[in-house]
Ligand binder design. Structure first.
Ligand code: NAP
Ligand code: GDP
Length: 310
């Protein structure tokens, strides 16, 4: 029997990269978005499984945003993500789905814990106050999957990516993560001849991973990984926001003024992660260098300015 793979969050940054990853496959791939089913609603999720009857699921849908958005809408991030994860994971089990991969995030880890972050440390303390709504909802997906594995014997697993970026990201100047938001700001600054405003001190460190790398690794996990340990998806290369700004300025050939606005938040200083588990499982995997990923993302945004989420 041919596999039927259902991918939630099909219109998003990761969902569109997954669609590319599955481009030439004999499996039946269905990508769904919020215009098909509102996953916060159990009835919709029930309909979704009844309609598609998938054998495998990648659950990439979530309410997702950057630092500013997470600080402002903590209740919404908690509620929507809790509901989506709870419904999708539960209904997958009800409908007999044997394999599922759900997305966590390194934002879910405790703010104060010994570095590097690894999968054993998810619950060892309070998450950073800037995104505790989102973080707690994501932690509960890990708890639900662990409980369902034990009670029902399902082979569900979690991946934990660091900061993802790439084509089809959300370039909103209110909700975006740092890479898409800075790309949008730079685009406007260059077009309008204005300053390029960056939040905070530029000192915080982040690990960026290209969305297509996340998609390829997640596909591997869905088809090959039976283990119970959540898998961190990261390059484990930290770069400062200042360094990221330099890369973007270079890519845009921007000659205007760059201003760091210290009245804006820095967020968590760093969240370095240990990628040794995924590297031991997929040793031949080559991560896209940040310079190449940024180049592709900037080109995509310029070419798709009219249709991009912004
Ligand atoms: P994204 O670009 O914002 O896409 C989110 C997707 O979820 C969209 O397809 C959206 O559909 C769908 N969605 C949102 N609310 C929904 C609802 N109520 N019902 C049904 N679908 C809904 O997010 P992403 O960056 O691809 O993130 C994918 C996964 O990776 C998420 O679980 C996220 O938490 C995780 N993650 C992301 C990052 C990052 O830096 N982006 C880092 C670590 C982990 P519509 O387009 O129809 O709204
Ligand atoms: P986080 O990794 O969950 O904190 O989320 P982000 O991807 O939004 O990254 C936030 C980091 O980028 C913080 O250190 C911010 O100070 C910095 N940053 C600099 N400029 C911007 C900006 O324009 N938007 C966002 N979202 N972050 C910015």
């Amino acid at each position: 029997m041919s596999e039927k793979i259902l991918i939630t969050g099909g219109s998003g940054l990761v969902g569109t990269a997954l669609s590319k990853a599955y481009k030439s496959t004999s499996e039946e791939i269905t990508l769904v978005t919020s215009s098909h089913y509102d996953l916060t609603q159990q009835l919709d999720v029930n309909f979704m499984f009844a309609n598609h009857k998938p054998t495998k699921v990648i659950h990439a849908a979530a309410k997702v945003g950057g630092l500013g958005s997470n600080m402002k809408y903590k209740g919404g991030y908690l509620y929507k993500n809790l509901m989506m994860n709870t419904n999708v994971i539960d209904q997958a089990n009800v409908w007999g789905v044997k394999r599922l991969v759900a997305f966590l995030t390194t934002c879910a880890f405790p703010a104060e814990v010994e570095y590097p972050l690894d999968h054993t440390k998810i619950h060892l303390g309070e998450p950073h106050e800037s995104n505790f709504g989102y973080a707690h909802a994501k932690r509960m997906a890990e708890v639900q999957i662990r409980a369902y594995r034990e009670q029902y014997g399902v082979k569900y697993s979690c991946v934990i990516p660091t900061n993802i970026y790439g084509p089809n990201d959300n370039f909103s100047l209110e909700h975006g993560h740092v890479v898409p938001m800075l790309i949008h700001k730079l685009y406007k600054a260059q077009r309008d001849g204005t300053d390029f405003n960056v939040w905070g001190t530029g000192k915080p460190l982040r690990e960026f991973i290209f969305a297509q790398d996340v998609a390829e690794l997640t596909k591997w996990v869905l088809h090959n990984y039976d283990g119970e340990d959540p898998l961190i998806l990261s390059t484990s290369d930290e770069i400062s926001i200042e360094h990221l700004v330099d890369l973007l300025v270079k890519e845009f050939k921007f000659t205007g003024k760059v201003k760091f606005d210290r009245s804006k938040p820095d967020g968590q200083y760093r969240k370095p992660s240990d990628n040794s588990l995924i590297k031991s499982l997929v040793p031949a995997f080559k991560f896209t260098p940040i310079e190449e990923g940024i180049k592709q993302t900037v080109e995509w945004f310029k070419e798709n300015y009219d249709k991009a989420r912004r």
